[in-house]
Design a protein around this ligand. Structure first.
Ligand SMILES: Nc1ncnc2c1ncn2[C@@H]1O[C@H](COP(=O)(O)OP(=O)(O)O)[C@@H](O)[C@H]1O
Ligand SMILES: [Mg+2]
Length: 313
């Protein structure tokens, strides 16, 4: 596999999730009790990197965290999954961010402090490290506000170095959906929005128009559609890829796991529909357990579970 050490380097954010289950709506000057809680790895980018590594790819991670317990926890979790964390910067002047999830299935409310992720800059990136990968993936474009204006340069340079590129912007919490993103899309091989993000990014009112517009901007468009599966557009073609039926426990990280599955097959040279089918299987697997990485504990377990899901097709 050339002289490349990594299949994928993920550039992204590192935050923890504290999930509280069955909580009434909070009110100022009162205390309410949750029925259960769980402390887990958060962050779309970190979940994609973790699950991609567990599936079997060689993955490196680049990002910024605080020199604190949350930062240590994120790095430890990635390392346990086999991710190379040597290029995660821990800065003692910063705080690793956190999301408090108030989960009352099927609804949840998120409260996030972004923390160190906003301080990653282009000059922090080690091009030697990036050039050791075949592929660059960037997650949570809108949350990495320090890096955001420089992402076109990052992707252009990655392409010059011979890497393929993918992007999952996730939701824009400011709901601006700036067309500045279109410059990044020029250098994006695989664009991985979900249904609602695709419509907003394209500034249109329905998915068909969004696919029409965004499909012309990138090489491969894979739109994630929750329990409806995925829709892919590439080379002037378009195809719906049906979902796999599983028992849904909790949906955090479904999209990030879809990314992992799609990229895994893409790097094996599979055709786009097959990449999306495997993405759907990984997304389906993700919703069968709590948290984004709960269903991805180790390679043997995951391969068996994926085989079952794929055969139940
Ligand atoms: N309830 C579900 N049943 C089966 N597959 C699902 C379910 N929810 C999500 N998925 C799979 O995970 C993928 C990503 O989920 P989605 O919710 O669309 O993304 P995101 O988490 O980014 O919003 C879907 O395209 C689908 O393949
Ligand atoms: Mg997502």
């Amino acid at each position: 596999m050339e002289n490349k050490v990594f299949d994928v380097v993920v550039v992204g954010e590192l935050n923890i999730d504290l999930v509280l289950w069955q909580v009434p709506m909070p009110e100022y000057e009162t205390e309410k009790l949750a029925e259960d809680m769980r402390f887990t790895m958060g962050s779309s980018s970190a979940i994609t990197a973790h699950n991609l590594s567990v599936i079997g790819a060689k993955v490196g991670f680049v990002g910024k965290a605080g020199k604190d317990i949350f930062g240590d926890f994120m790095i430890q979790q990635l390392q346990l999954a086999g991710v190379d964390t040597s290029h995660i910067i821990q800065d003692a002047s910063l705080k690793t961010g956190a999301t408090i999830v108030l989960a009352n299935p099927p609804q949840k409310a998120l409260l996030t402090y972004l923390g160190a992720m906003t301080e990653l800059r282009l000059e922090d990136l080690d091009w030697d490290f990036l050039s050791r990968a075949r592929h660059l993936h960037l997650g949570c474009y809108y949350l990495q506000t320090g890096l955001m204006p420089e992402v076109p340069r990052l992707f252009a340079r990655a392409k010059e170095l011979g890497l393929t590129t993918s992007l999952d912007t996730n939701w824009d919490p400011r709901e601006v959906w700036s067309e500045d993103l279109y410059e990044v899309l020029q250098y994006t091989d695989i664009f991985l929005p979900n249904n609602d993000e695709a419509i907003r990014i394209a500034h249109v009112s329905d998915l068909e128009s969004a696919v029409e517009k965004l499909g012309r901007m990138v090489k491969i468009l894979a739109v994630k559609r929750g329990a409806r599966g995925a829709l892919v557009a590439w080379d002037g073609k378009k195809k719906e890829i049906p979902p796999f039926r599983v028992e849904t426990i909790e949906t955090t990280g479904a999209g990030d796991s879809f990314n992992a599955g799609f990229l895994f097959k893409f790097l094996e040279g599979e055709a786009v529909p097959e990449c999306a089918r495997f993405g759907n299987a990984c997304g389906a697997l993700a919703v069968t357990a709590l948290g984004g990485t709960g269903a991805f504990p180790d390679t043997v377990t995951v391969r068996q579970a994926l085989q079952q899901i794929l055969q139940g097709d």
